[in-house]
Design a binder for this molecule. Structure first.
Ligand code: IPE
Ligand code: IPE
Ligand code: MG
Ligand code: MG
Ligand code: MG
Length: 301
């Protein structure tokens, strides 16, 4: 069955298909790294093989498919690269100096399974490997440089790192909506925008669709982090695969804490509607992205 036919009827099956591709690509890329010392390989393997939802990397593949009619080897590399950077961000996010979490993707966090130094270095390894694979395995050098620039900007000190430091600084303060928007846009939404743009670039998108898909990514990314905040107070650790209730414990600046859970849900729904509206010019081919925006509202992990 073609990907687009599958998505029209069964979103979960379409996502499962992408998760399989992404996991296989990650596994293969790590296996090909011959000179990684054994202890580090074990930690990298442990971390990358955890059951992440792979939403950002699936978004890369779907945006490439939308633009080009199919995904390809380059999009798979781009998907693996953003998944590596995202996974590094989780390993560091969980460190004692940051959110101090023991559970991630249903397993002990990297620093619990190994030790703190290994977790720091595993994160460093994932972050740098992402750029190595983009440099080495994207055939078109112009595309490679663009993808590297996109990912560096989204993950770097004016992107996810900016959001993470603002998130930590905002603990135990009286949060404002402006602070929340800044934190959530930077720590999470920019990586979603990046995923959409990387996929579109792999598909050869022109400036217009590239920009529109990026805006779609930014909106679902902001909604995704709002949902993450809501789940922290409404779901169980078993469901989430990470410790529930941590945000209240750490007095984090979250949407439920600042605007209340009902307003947070309303904002999440509005962002999903706006994201779906942005897809109008893409017609029926964008159905999977519409389904993704809606599915993220109802997610329970
Ligand atoms: C967790 O991201 C961190 C946030 C930005 C909310 P995910 O919820 O995508 O985590 P995994 O990759 O599925 O574990
Ligand atoms: C993390 O936000 C965002 C990252 C960039 C890693 P959270 O701290 O809320 O993510 P979880 O809840 O630990 O997954
Ligand atoms: Mg955090
Ligand atoms: Mg955290
Ligand atoms: Mg969270």
């Amino acid at each position: 069955m073609s990907a687009s036919r599958a998505t029209a009827f069964d979103f979960d099956a379409a996502l499962t298909d992408k998760v399989r591709i992404i996991n296989a690509t990650l596994h293969q890329l790590l296996a090909e790294q011959r000179e990684v010392p054994e202890q580090l390989r074990t930690a990298l393997d442990y971390t990358l093989s955890g059951p992440g939802k792979r939403i950002r990397s699936a978004l890369v593949l779907w945006c490439c498919e939308l633009v080009a009619g199919r995904e390809d080897a380059g999009a798979r590399i781009a998907a693996a690269a953003i998944e590596m950077v995202h996974t590094y961000s989780l390993v560091h996010d969980d460190l004692p100096a940051m959110d101090d979490d023991d559970l991630r993707r249903g397993r002990p966090t990297c620093h619990k399974a190994f030790d703190e130094a290994t977790a720091i270095l595993t994160g460093d390894g994932l972050l740098t490997l992402a750029f190595e694979i983009l440099a080495d395995r994207i055939d078109d050098p112009v595309l490679a440089v663009r993808l590297i620039g996109e990912l560096a900007r989204a993950a770097g000190p004016a992107g996810m790192v900016a959001g993470q430091i603002a998130d930590l600084k905002a603990e135990n303060t009286v949060g404002t909506v402006a602070m929340l928007e800044y934190i959530h846009t930077n720590k999470t939404a920019k990586m979603f925008r990046c995923a959409a743009r990387m996929g579109a670039l792999c598909g050869g998108a022109q400036a217009g669709p590239l920009e529109t898909l990026g805006q779609y990514g930014l909106k679902i990314g902001l909604g995704f982090q709002i949902a993450d905040d809501i789940l922290d107070v409404s779901a169980s650790s078993e469901q989430l695969g990470k410790t529930a209730g941590k945000d209240v414990q750490a007095a984090k600046c979250t949407y439920p804490a600042v605007v209340g859970i009902e307003s947070a849900r309303e904002l999440e729904r509005r962002l999903a509607r706006e994201a779906v509206d942005l897809l109008d010019p893409f017609g029926a081919g964008a159905e999977i992205l519409r389904r993704l925006a809606v599915m993220l509202l109802d997610r329970n992990r």
